[in-house]
Design a protein around this ligand. Structure first.
Ligand code: GN1
Ligand code: MG
Length: 369
């Protein structure tokens, strides 16, 4: 165990003696460790994370959002008498009662309880699982519809502002600092060809047809923990990007990560496509929790949201490839270009099936009318 991990863990109110710390998870941004302690009452496990402060430039704001959201959800579940109240994320405080610890190098660290008997999946293989993941993110959104205390902080400004993401891409393309543009002409052309869709949701917000809510904004399928024995949702994790946002951003990222069976960096693009039974399952699970509060403008754009968020992610990966892999962690050269290529293929697959996807969404929501 690295000595600095031990000394950082020692800042927090852990139960028992720390016996193990291992790198953990598949996130691209923060550094995560699984901690194991031995306590009189048995083994206690925790998750220690270092917040990437180049990405999250105001860690205290991130932590305040997380404290508010986790406390609110636990309070609501307890009031409902739900057994899940005891299986949610809890921030473990430092010895001086703070939600986080800042080390001498300026890094911000936090600790959560480890939710036991639950696991996450990077890709989903059955519609039943997709339905449950979507139900959980819909549930999470519903839980936050009455979050007291006003809007949460915008922890990354313009996070899903797709026109802004496009502008940033065009700027790095103009500079082409690594001379990589020549190696991805087809992908660059695809971005330019589809750029017109970037502002569509924000235009609807401006026209008052789509409300800004408190949303998760990073609804990868592996951000839902599922009970290992029942395969039902337990809690939603990765709360750094909880911000004012659109429910469609949350649904869109589920389409991106749940309907495709290939990994995000798959090199065999023949494996990348939008699977309709998975989309239908997402709509059913999401609708079950959200039909009471989504507007008709939102319900009509579920397929579009999948296309837009996948396109936005393509733009982000391609921009990072051109920039020299400065944002997303990579494990091999060219990985961000591979990621951009899977997203492009998935956008194409959604475009081919968009009419059928819309018909499914209409028929699911019609059942609640
Ligand atoms: C990043 O680190 P991770 O895997 O939770 C990114 C998301 C992207 C995702 C793509 C703060 O999330 O927005 O959708 O990678 N998070 C941030 O896999 O940029
Ligand atoms: Mg994340």
């Amino acid at each position: 165990m690295e000595q600095d991990i031990r000394s950082i863990a020692a800042q927090f109110r852990l139960e028992g003696r720390l016996v193990d710390a291992e790198p953990f998870g598949s996130g691209h941004i923060n550094d995560t460790y699984a901690l194991t302690c031995e306590a009189a009452a048995g083994r206690r496990r925790y998750v220690l994370q270092r917040i990437n402060h180049l990405v999250f430039t105001n860690p205290p704001a991130v932590m305040e959002n997380i404290r508010r959201v986790t406390e609110h959800i636990r309070t609501r579940l307890a009031a409902e008498g739900s057994p899940l109240a005891a299986r949610q994320l809890v921030l473990i405080e430092t010895h001086d009662g703070r939600t986080h610890f800042q080390d001498a190098l300026g890094n911000t660290w936090r600790v959560y309880n480890r939710v036991e008997d639950a696991m996450t999946y990077d890709t989903l293989q059955s519609p039943a699982m997709a339905r449950e993941v979507a139900r959980m993110f819909g549930w999470f959104g519903r839980m936050l519809t009455d979050l007291p205390g006003g809007p949460v902080h915008e922890t990354i400004v313009g996070f899903h502002d797709t026109p802004k993401r496009l502008a940033a891409f065009m700027e790095v393309l103009r500079r082409d600092p690594q001379n990589r543009a020549a190696g991805c002409r087809a992908e660059i052309a695809f971005v330019e060809q589809h750029a017109a869709i970037c502002g569509d949701l924000l235009d609807l917000v401006d026209r008052g047809e789509i409300p800004v809510r408190t949303t998760h904004n990073d609804t990868k399928v592996n951000n839902v923990m599922m009970d290992v024995s029942t395969q039902t949702g337990v809690c939603v994790v990765d709360l750094d990007t909880v911000m004012p946002g659109l429910s469609l951003y949350d649904f869109g990222d589920m389409v991106r990560t749940a309907t495709c069976e290939a990994a995000e960096d798959e090199q065999d693009l023949s494996k990348v496509r939008m699977r309709m039974p998975m989309f239908e399952a997402l709509v059913r699970g999401y609708a079950a929790e959200t039909h009471g509060f989504l507007t008709s403008a939102e319900k009509k754009r579920l397929a579009f949201s999948g296309k837009l968020i996948t396109f936005e992610q393509m733009i982000r990966f391609l921009a990072d490839h051109l920039a020299g892999d400065v944002y997303y962690r990579i494990h091999r050269p060219g990985q961000n270009l591979d990621r951009a290529r899977t997203q492009m293929k998935l956008v194409q697959s959604i475009i081919e099936q968009e009419d059928a996807m819309n018909a499914i969404a209409d028929s699911v929501f019609a059942q609640y009318a």
